[in-house]
Design a protein around this ligand. Structure first.
Ligand SMILES: C[S@@+](CC[C@H](N)C(=O)[O-])C[C@H]1O[C@@H](n2cnc3c(N)ncnc32)[C@H](O)[C@@H]1O
Length: 272
């Protein structure tokens, strides 16, 4: 996240550690962007070179440095430097863009800058859902990343439960909610979504990946909401994913495709 003197991102100094130590969670440094914790591995992101600090941390905590990378922020963001986007009548912009925006956010170094085809088509489906069915009282955002989908629904007035397995995503989402005065509408959960099931709402938004989508689709405890907007898979994966729906009364009622990525709106007929 952007802290202190930093107003945007330029070069990222990324330190990938072998292993993780809980003390890393409270690491504080004026050049720190964030600590990413995934599958027992720690990844430290800085605005500047921090070899000395990382070496002394490794020594103190009994960790080993696996890899150091220096990457341009644009490259880290898959060559998309975050820009303002307009979804329906809602404008969403990175915090460093001058202007009058409905929602501002710090995209940090986690997924969800808005213009990735999966996020973008999910946001479009969210807007179209809102126009067709009105405001869902309760929305579940599975894999919230930067919190962009959570911000969208909380801004419109829904109560949102947002979940991410990556603690940095939860931290970034919380920061973004605070920046927009929306934290009171959102419950944030950190951990594997499967441990929080069943989660009941009118709408679930889940921009994930094929393996996790297939896992979730196979669980009766996943099908406890009315509508689902799901993304994160390619056209050649659709058949396999669609066949996982066959034991349930769930149908794809809208489909979008952009740059080789597919998003679906699903309706759960049993629940309704
Ligand atoms: C593709 S990103 C989506 C971010 C944002 N919602 C968007 O649409 O741009 C997927 C997110 O799912 C999270 N994730 C992956 N596996 C998960 C799991 N088992 N439980 C919860 N979150 C998970 C990742 O950390 C990541 O932030």
């Amino acid at each position: 996240m952007l802290r202190g003197k930093y107003k945007t991102y330029d070069k990222l100094y990324i330190y990938i550690l072998k292993g993780f130590h809980p003390e890393l969670r409270s690491l504080s440094d004026e050049d720190l962007i964030g600590v990413w914790e995934e599958d027992g591995i720690g990844v430290l992101f800085f605005h500047r070179e921090k070899d000395e600090l990382v070496n002394s941390l490794c020594k103190k905590l009994g960790l080993e440095l696996e890899e150091k990378d220096v990457v341009n922020y644009k490259e880290w963001m898959e060559n998309r430097f975050p820009q303002p986007i307009q979804i329906g009548n809602i404008s969403i912009a990175p915090i460093w863009c001058k202007g009058n925006w409905d929602i501002v956010f710090d995209p940090s170094v986690v997924f969800g800058e808005g213009r990735h085809p999966t996020t973008y088509t999910v946001l479009e489906l969210c807007w179209e859902f809102y126009e067709s069915y009105g405001l869902p009282k309760k929305v579940i955002d599975i894999g919230c990343g930067t919190g962009v989908l959570t911000l969208f629904w909380a801004y419109l007035g829904s109560e949102v439960t947002a979940i991410d397995i990556n603690p940095l995503c939860v931290e970034v989402t919380l920061n973004n909610l605070k920046m927009n005065g929306l934290s009171s509408r959102v419950k944030l959960l950190q951990g594997d979504v499967k441990k929080f099931l069943p989660l009941e709402g009118e709408l679930v938004v889940a921009n994930l990946y094929k393996g996790l989508i297939l896992d979730l689709f196979g669980l009766p405890s996943f099908w406890t909401s009315d509508y689902y907007i799901v993304s994160g898979f390619r056209p050649d994966m659709e058949e396999e994913i669609r066949s996982a729906l066959s034991p349930f009364s769930v149908e794809v009622i809208k489909r979008k495709e952009k740059e080789g990525w597919v998003s679906w709106l699903l309706k759960n007929f049993k629940k309704l």
